[in-house]
Structures are given as structure tokens and as C-alpha cells.
Design a binder for this molecule. Structure first.
Ligand code: GTP
Length: 366
């Protein structure tokens, strides 16, 4: 069995969108509380705090609100969250330096690791939490530069509690992130499975209906005009009867490789069922598609498929072509291509039939 090579377009954006919503919601909740607290600090302690700290608090408030405004305009979640959390980290460090109101600064730090891991994830969160952890460690136990002196017992109790909190926040984010990734992987695999032919790894009918046509509707300039090739392997029953069902499977696999070898990566190749395939040639008209189909037909007919060490087998295919000028024409186009395919079979198989071939034939006759 081959991998789902044709299905790169499948995405699981909804899984990532849910995670983004979680982060956005956390960012706004955190920012709302931060702005409220900072404003309350400014108002309540206007005469107590040093003017520099008051100015810092006001500037921080304004910067946080401006950042949120820019998030609405640009959607740059990680950068804006990082800026806001750096501002809050600097404020926390300044609070520890000054002691805050009645030396309560250390208590406010307790929120920081939880909020930072939730909003920024494991990697960026670890950087910022590490920064604040080291800064506070230096302020409390390093050179005596702080404006306040915390009691030894207060410092050691704070550090024990803070360290446990940092570790728990890290562990919980680590496992949340891991399970989120596993859910994303499983969702992607399930989605690919549902849209893939298990034998050839090509797309299936559902992929065309559920993915290609809606995409074609959204971005017609990328897809249209589109040519539809309905391809059926010739005398496949006889091949199965002569060489066995396993070799029949091998021939289907070899045929899907031939499609890959002959067509562009951007062309959509799907197994429609049994020994019938559909190829959608993007931005291709009937004349170009007829040439491509002739090339594929000749290639398939000439390529030998090894049966055993001494023997190989040739297969052939018949192709009917139609064109699609709007995604709504798909089902009609399949029926039209099927009519041409029937003509190709009736004309002796190993043939391509399309309106272009029909026009050429009648031009030759006149
Ligand atoms: N090995 C194998 N055979 C399959 C598979 N799917 C369908 N078939 C066989 O393909 C054969 C198709 O036979 P028919 O529909 O009579 O067509 P045909 O023999 O190719 O004849 P024409 O299409 O008229 O050239 C059937 O015998 C199916 O059993 C598959 O996945 N593997």
C-alpha cells in the first residue's frame, strides 16, 4: 500500500483553530485583568509610589491596549502575546525590586508561569518563565540592590512555592501539547484514510467531491478550465483470470505509478472504483487534454509490468475526455466522459475519445 501522496491539500485547520482560540481567549482574559490591576495600582498608589513607577505603569497599560488593537489588525498572535508578557514580566520584576504595596510583590508572581505557558506554549513560555525565575532569584539572593528587604523565611517559602508552580505549569503544558499533537496526527490520518484509495494511495471519489470541487468553487482561477479524463483499464477481467487477483492489484498499482510519471504533480489523480480512474487536468482545455491523454495511453501500452523473473505483462487503457468550465458541471462532465469512454471501448480499446478527436476525425473525412 502506498501513502496518501495526492492528498497534500487535506488540512486539519479546525484542530489548530480551536487551539488558537484557546490562546486568544487566554490572552484577552489575561490582558483585561492586567490592565485592570495596573490601573488600580496607578490610582490607589498615586502618592505612595515613585513617579517613575507610576509612569511605567501607565505606559504599560497603554502598550498592552495598543498591542491588543494591533492583534485585531494583524492577527500576529505570538508576537503580540510575547510583547504583552514581556511587559508584565518587567512589571513583576519592578514590583519585586520595589516590594510593591506592603511588600506583597512576590504574591503577584504566582500567576505568571500559569498564564505564560497557557498563552505562549511550551517553548516561548519556558523562555519567559525562565527569564523571570532567574531575575527574581538574582533580586532576592544576589547582590543587595533591591529597595526592600524580604525576610529570609518569606523568600524561601516564596521560592519553594514558585518553583513547584513553575514545574507543574511546565509539566501540564508539556502533556497538553503532546496530547494536542497526537489528536492532530490522528485526525489528519483519519481524514486522509477516508479520502484515499487504500490500494494505490491515490485520492478517491470523495476527495474530489468534498475537497476539489469546493476548492474549485472558491478559487476558479487556479482550476478552470479543467479537463476530465475518465480512464478504464482494458480487459482487466481477463488479466485477473489469467494472472490472478494479486497480480491484478499489482497492475493497478503500476498503473497509478504511470499516471504519476506522466502527469503533473498538480493534476488530480483519483481511483474512481474497480479499474476506473479519473484525472483532472487543471487549467487545461480539451485540445491540450487530448494530447496529454494520448501520451498517457501510449506510455501505458508500451510499459511492461514484471510478472515474474522471466515474464512481463502489458496492459492498455481507454480514455474518455470532457471539459469543466464551472465546478457545478462535474457530474455532467463525468457522464460525458463516460460516453466517450464507451466509444473508445467500442472502437477496439487502447483509444482516446473526446470532442477534439471527434472533430479531427470528421475533418479528415470531409
Ligand atoms: N485485482 C483487482 N481486480 C479488480 C479490482 N477492482 C475491480 N477488479 C476487477 O476488474 C474487472 C473489471 O471487469 P469488467 O468491468 O468486465 O471490465 P474489463 O474486463 O476491463 O473489460 P473492458 O472494460 O470492457 O475492457 C472485474 O473482474 C473486477 O473484479 C481490484 O481492486 N483488484
Amino acid at each position: 500500500m502506498k501513502g496518501p501522496k495526492a492528498l497534500n491539500a487535506i488540512n486539519i485547520n479546525h484542530v489548530y483553530l480551536a487551539d488558537k482560540q484557546r490562546r486568544v481567549f487566554s490572552l484577552f482574559t489575561m490582558s483585561f485583568i492586567a490592565v485592570l490591576l495596573i490601573s488600580a495600582l496607578v490610582v490607589a498608589n498615586f502618592y505612595i509610589y515613585a513617579p517613575i513607577l507610576t509612569v511605567m505603569l501607565i505606559v504599560s497599560d497603554i502598550t498592552i491596549v495598543t498591542c491588543l488593537y494591533y492583534y485585531f489588525r494583524t492577527g500576529m498572535l505570538v508576537i503580540i502575546t510575547s510583547i504583552i508578557l514581556v511587559i508584565i514580566a518587567l512589571l513583576c520584576i519592578a514590583l519585586v525590586y520595589t516590594g510593591g504595596k506592603d511588600n506583597t510583590a512576590l504574591y503577584w508572581l504566582m500567576f505568571y508561569p500559569v498564564v505564560t505557558f497557557v498563552c505562549l506554549g511550551l517553548r516561548n513560555g519556558s523562555l519567559l518563565v525562565g527569564l523571570i525565575y532567574v531575575s527574581v532569584l538574582v533580586l532576592l539572593y544576589g547582590p543587595d540592590i533591591s529597595q526592600v528587604h524580604y525576610r529570609e523565611v518569606e523568600k524561601s517559602r516564596f521560592f519553594a512555592a514558585f518553583t513547584v508552580l513553575v514545574l507543574l505549569s511546565f509539566i501540564s503544558e508539556f502533556f497538553r501539547n503532546k496530547s494536542h499533537q497526537q489528536i492532530a496526527d490522528i485526525t489528519l490520518l483519519e481524514k486522509q484514510d477516508a479520502l484515499t484509495d487504500p490500494l494505490t494511495g491515490l485520492a478517491n471519489r470523495r476527495y474530489i467531491i468534498d475537497y476539489v470541487l469546493p476548492q474549485c468553487d472558491k478559487n476558479p482561477q487556479v482550476y478552470l478550465p479543467m479537463a476530465l479524463l475518465l480512464i478504464d483499464l482494458d480487459n482487466f477481467k481477463a488479466l485477473n483470470d489469467s494472472y490472478g487477483h494479486d497480480f491484478g492489484d499489482q497492475a493497478l498499482l503500476a498503473f497509478s505509478d504511470m499516471l504519476d510519471e506522466q502527469l503533473r504533480i498538480s493534476d488530480i489523480k483519483a481511483r474512481f472504483g474497480g479499474e476506473e480512474f479519473i484525472v483532472l487536468l487543471l487549467k487545461t482545455d480539451i485540445e491540450q487534454a487530448s494530447r496529454v491523454a494520448d501520451k498517457v495511453r501510449a506510455y501505458v501500452a508500451n510499459k511492461a509490468i514484471p510478472y515474474n523473473i522471466s515474464q512481463s505483462v502489458h496492459i492498455s487503457c481507454s480514455i474518455g475526455i470532457s471539459d469543466i468550465l464551472h465546478s457545478s458541471q462535474f457530474h455532467k462532465a463525468v457522464k460525458q466522459a463516460d460516453r466517450y469512454l464507451y466509444k473508445a471501448k467500442a472502437a477496439g480499446r487502447n483509444q482516446v475519445m473526446s470532442s477534439y478527436h471527434a472533430a479531427k476525425k470528421s475533418a479528415r473525412q470531409t
